[in-house]
Design a protein. Structure first.
Lengths: 349, 251
């Protein structure tokens, strides 16, 4: 690191430590010109010495937080243990292999899901669950010319080859992760399915269905770290039961054994006000349909007919909704399409 | 079943390169035997959008004509696909290691499974098809690309706008943002009219505009890319959709 940058980093650290600061603070505190402030923050960011977050007050503004000298020293020490040759041309995944068990982590979300289903390409953002106290080390370790690391939302608008989103887990990282044949750690399917169901977007549901359909016999359903228990402790047994039942319903055969469904059902009693999936996009589409149908006098018969059919598609799992005590607004085609695409033998209607 | 061993590549990387090579072989065979066959679906969207939008299945979707179906069956059979007739045309599958590749061929029309709506192929769809490079999406396959015949951007956009799936709406938004300059707006309008889809597509575009105002496009973008939908994209998308609406509103 050049002397001027070291000096600016030290000045900012002694003033703000782990606290956040804004662009204007750097200008004022260090008495720098606007262009020099941009250069300082840019260089710190490029080296992984600062974390950039969205301001909670102003959506457009950014807050910065320095990575501590201890975390930077840890990463420098880590790299010094590796032969220089090996660090050259390293990909992001090589870095995950290199870190091994030194810092616990588990790749989650679509990247991990892709490992299990090979069905739908993951996006360019790799989501990784890490321990909160290791965040600074991860930012300093993973950031390089090609990779930008974020805690929370990815707010980078400049093009980078890789984006990493660091996330926390309510469970121990070592419990949820497993090593892949390639040497990096990903979230075990049992925890991942629950993670995807918690997100409850149409895409995450599709990915959960694909993982279950292709790995049903390898997934641990019972036991302390089995899917049924994890769902129960996460409060999403209804969602899980509904999804598994819907998969069996679409396939017209038990993709998932009845004994698993019985186990899930033990945790479910009565009705709830839960809507599934309850993401803004699905809810908004459903509300839009309902609102339009509430004003029938403004519509032609043909339009009413079309809207009624669309509403029926959303509410196609009437019986299963009742059985699991939720209001399901998942179009039936969603699950059926995944099963069909994956070559799961489907029974006839 | 085919067993493929490719040293140094991950399973994901192997699958992607096999599927792209298969795509190339199918395309070449179709051209050699003068079979009308073009790509639609995810791969077509991939050809018309920037790499950031890639969130597709490895399944291949094609369209052909009923007169070419027999010859196409022969080609796919030779390439190792087991085939079955479906209500929309043909479904093929091939096992590679533990994974399965699926392809769907729609004949003369495309049926949207989410609504049951049909899009009859316009007469000029094969003549107007584009020869486009489809690039690999995984880093380890960097540099791998195949040149294939892809449905015209207007038809790809109509097929994506006619469905109810949020994923298709995301694809449509990405196509509008990235390939609007290639879009023949009059052809887009004519093809919507031809299948009596104008009202439906018009409503869908209006609904995307409403989603844009309510911040739902931002959510959709984040769901598929895990990234931000920035102000410049919002302004750009609104202007382009307004142009499409303007053209469609003269019906």
């Amino acid at each position: 690191m050049s002397e001027w940058l070291k000096k600016n980093y030290n000045a900012l650290w002694s003033r703000y430590g782990n606290g956040t600061f804004a662009f204007e603070d750097v200008e004022k505190e260090l008495g720098l010109s606007r262009s020099m402030t941009i250069k300082t923050l840019w260089e710190l960011e490029k080296r992984g010495f600062v974390n950039k977050e969205r301001s909670e007050v102003d959506y457009r503004a950014r807050n910065y937080r320095l990575i501590s000298p201890e975390d930077i020293a840890y990463v420098v020490g880590l790299y010094s243990l590796v032969e220089k040759e090996k660090t050259r041309g390293q990909t992001l995944m090589d870095k995950f292999v290199l870190i091994g068990e030194k810092l616990p982590y588990a790749i989650t979300g679509s990247y991990a899901a892709y490992h299990y289903h090979h069905y739908m390409n993951p996006p360019k953002v790799v989501e990784v669950k890490v321990e909160p106290q290791d965040e600074g080390r991860w930012i300093a370790f993973l950031t390089d010319e090609e990779t930008r690391v974020f805690v929370g939302d990815v707010i980078e608008t400049r093009k980078a080859k890789n984006y990493v989103r660091l996330m926390h887990s309510s469970r121990s990282i070592r419990t949820i992760g497993e090593k892949t044949g390639r040497g990096y750690y990903i979230e075990k399917p049992e925890f991942l399915v629950i993670e995807l169901l918690e997100r409850q977007t149409q895409t995450s549901i599709i990915e959960a269905v694909a993982i279950i359909a292709l790995n049903e016999s390898q997934i641990a359903w019972s036991g302390p770290n089995g899917v049924v228990n994890i769902a129960s402790s996460s409060g999403i047994s209804r969602r899980l039961g509904f999804l598994l039942d819907a998969m069996n319903f679409e396939a017209k055969r038990p993709v998932v054994g009845q004994e698993v469904l019985k186990d899930v059902k033990k945790d479910v009693a009565g009705r709830s006000s839960e809507v599934f999936p309850s993401n803004e996009i699905s809810l908004s589409r459903f509300r839009e349909l309902r609102n339009k149908l509430a004003h029938r006098s403004l519509l032609t018969d043909e339009e009413i007919d079309e809207l009624e059919r669309a509403k029926e598609r959303f509410e196609g799992y009437g019986e299963l909704s009742q059985k699991w005590g939720i209001q399901a607004i998942l179009p039936r085609g969603v699950i059926r399409k995944v099963l069909d695409d994956l070559g799961v033998e489907l029974g006839k209607e | 079943m085919i067993w493929v061993l490719s040293l140094g590549k991950s399973e994901e990387g192997r699958l992607e390169s096999i599927s792209l090579r298969d795509l190339e072989s199918i395309n070449e065979a179709a051209q050699n035997f003068q079979i009308n066959l073009i790509l639609i679906g995810g791969y077509a969207v991939r050809a018309y959008t920037n790499p950031r939008s890639w969130r597709f299945t490895k399944d291949m979707d094609f369209i052909t004509t009923s007169k070419d179906l027999g010859a196409l069956r022969g080609v796919l059979d030779l390439l190792g696909y087991s085939l079955e007739r479906t209500e929309f045309g043909l479904k093929g599958s091939k096992k590679v290691n533990k994974n399965s590749f699926e392809l769907h061929v729609s004949v003369d029309k495309v049926i949207d499974w989410s609504t049951g709506r049909e899009y009859k192929l316009p007469e000029d769809v094969f003549a107007k098809a584009d020869n486009v490079d489809v690039k690999a999406s995984l880093e380890e396959n960097m540099g791998l690309e195949v040149n294939v015949m892809v449905a015209p951007v207007e038809d790809v956009l109509i097929m994506k706008l006619m469905t109810e799936r949020p994923r298709d709406h995301f694809d449509a938004i990405a196509v509008i943002l990235d390939s609007f300059h290639d879009l023949d707006i009059l052809r887009f309008k004519e093809n919507c009219n031809q299948d009596d889809l104008s009202r439906h597509i018009f409503n869908r575009l209006e609904s995307v505009l409403a989603d844009l105002r309510r911040g739902l496009v931002k959510d959709l973008w984040r769901e598929f890319t895990r990234r931000e939908f920035i102000r410049q994209q919002r302004v750009d998308l609104r202007a382009k959709i307004n142009k499409l609406i303007e053209v469609l509103s003269i019906f």
